[in-house]
Design a protein around this ligand. Structure first.
Ligand code: MN
Ligand code: ZN
Length: 338
């Protein structure tokens, strides 16, 4: 049994692990497949402000129930599940307002508490989402990254009337693109890398924009009768893009932010007021994994195409090294614990 542990910033270890015993209200998951996220890289680099070390990382994981703790109902050993990594208190103001992803006592697997890059992990039964028998664990483990897209598009009220502009054609950008298309919206993608734009077209982008050859404002104006996109999502996490987003978004438009940079963003308050722009932050997901699992089960997303590499868990160091060395070749790298 192994766990993938960040002992301290910069030090990644494949460590021997013990099988936990599920407490009352918990279940034990035998992890089969887990995805590496940009936020795991931040914890490794010491740039995640919430991480405490040493930490078993990983928040995108799926597997089989190996044991059910006392008092747990409706779940059985052998069930195939994916885990929602958001653990919330259920009592604070955001929890009572239906926003457990910003709970005052939020704990995220792999960040605030030990995560899913291990053979066995105990999780609250409330965090387990069943997946259909026919769904590969590789696909189930993508429910969490797709839930990031589902959450920001839910927060911005995206629907068939919308033209969405996504900044960034990395992992976040292509999940936002796929979910926006699924919701019936048109989707434009801007990125400064030709290969990533090509990939975005493969995932169904209605139009791709390279800001080095054409200003984004001019490109999107031509696509939206001059009004601008009704929804702009920053999937690149670049603070300076917010001002441009405010300038190009349609009146009554919405801007969704996913980046976690502490740097301030300049923006024109005049634009925000003149057009009644709605600016929303989006963190993790608000109990959306069941919805995403449904979409995956219906074949309405393209999860397999997201997975660019799979490494045995014991070779986790190689996986992280590849992401460091050649990020342009990786979209979602998974670890196989089966
Ligand atoms: Mn993630
Ligand atoms: Zn709470």
């Amino acid at each position: 049994m192994v766990s993938i542990l960040v002992r301290q910033p910069g030090v990644l270890d494949v460590a021997a692990d013990r099988q936990p015993i599920p407490a009352p209200g918990e279940v034990l998951v035998r992890v089969q497949r887990a995805g590496i996220c940009g936020s795991d890289m931040h914890i490794l680099h010491g740039s995640n402000p919430f991480a405490v070390y040493p930490r078993v990382i990983g928040h995108e994981f799926a597997g089989l129930l190996a044991a059910v703790g006392p008092g747990v109902q409706g779940l059985r050993v052998g069930d195939r599940v994916v885990v929602d990594p958001v653990v919330s208190c259920g009592h604070c103001y955001p929890c009572r307002a239906g926003r457990p992803n910003v709970c005052a006592r939020l704990e995220v697997f792999g960040v605030h508490r030990d995560g899913g890059f291990r053979d066995f992990v105990a999780v609250p039964a409330a965090n387990v989402v069943p997946v259909p028998d026919g769904m590969e664990f590789a696909v189930a483990a993508l429910a969490e990254p797709f839930s990031i897209a589902a959450n920001v598009l839910d927060r911005t009220g995206c629907g068939p009337e919308d033209t969405v502009l996504v900044y960034g054609a990395g992992t976040v950008g292509v999940t936002v693109l796929q979910v926006a298309r699924l919701l019936g919206a048109r989707c434009l993608v801007a990125d400064i890398d030709a290969a990533r734009l090509e990939r975005a077209r493969g995932f169904g982008a209605d139009r791709t924009i390279d800001p080095r050859s054409q200003p984004v404002a001019a490109a999107v104006a031509g696509e939206t009768d001059g009004l601008g996109p009704t929804v702009v999502i920053d999937g690149a996490g670049v603070p300076a893009l917010l001002d441009e987003a405010c300038r190009i978004v349609s009146p009554a438009g919405r801007i969704g932010l996913l980046g976690f940079s502490p740097a301030p963003s300049p923006l024109s308050q005049q634009e925000v007021v003149r057009k009644e722009i709605t600016l929303v932050g989006s963190r993790l997901n608000r109990r959306l994994l069941p919805r995403v699992v449904g979409w995956l089960a219906e074949g309405r997303l393209r999860p397999e195409a997201m997975i660019t590499q799979v490494f045995p868990a014991a070779d986790a160091r190689d996986a992280f090294e590849l992401i460091e060395r050649a990020p342009q070749t990786t979209l979602k790298v998974q670890l196989d614990f089966a």
